[in-house]
Design a binder for this molecule. Sequence first.
Ligand SMILES: O=C(O)C[C@H]1C=CC(=O)O1
Length: 96
Amino acid sequence: MLFHVRMNVNLPLSMPAEQAAQLKQTEKELAQRLQHEGKWRHLWRIAGQYANVSVFDVDSVDELHNLLTSLPLFPYMQIDVMPLCRHPSSVRDDDS
Ligand SMILES: O=C(O)C[C@H]1C=CC(=O)O1
């Protein structure tokens, strides 16, 4: 199942720089592992914003929920999810 996910990151200005850097590093390591595993298919920065658009490929809504809530930055993100299905005019014969 494919999901389009938008994440807007809002770290509090009061957060110490070292804590923010540690959170970003652990987030990066998990994000890269999930990309290597094929769960996090696309990860794009939205130009000019501390936000991304992503495509996840997971087996269930529960798996997506567990994955998103396990992200180190989860407490500091607003997350919007859109389920995706095939478009009848798509020329792709797979879901890549
Ligand atoms: O920077 C972000 O967009 C938030 C988050 C998503 C992946 C990652 O490494 O950090």
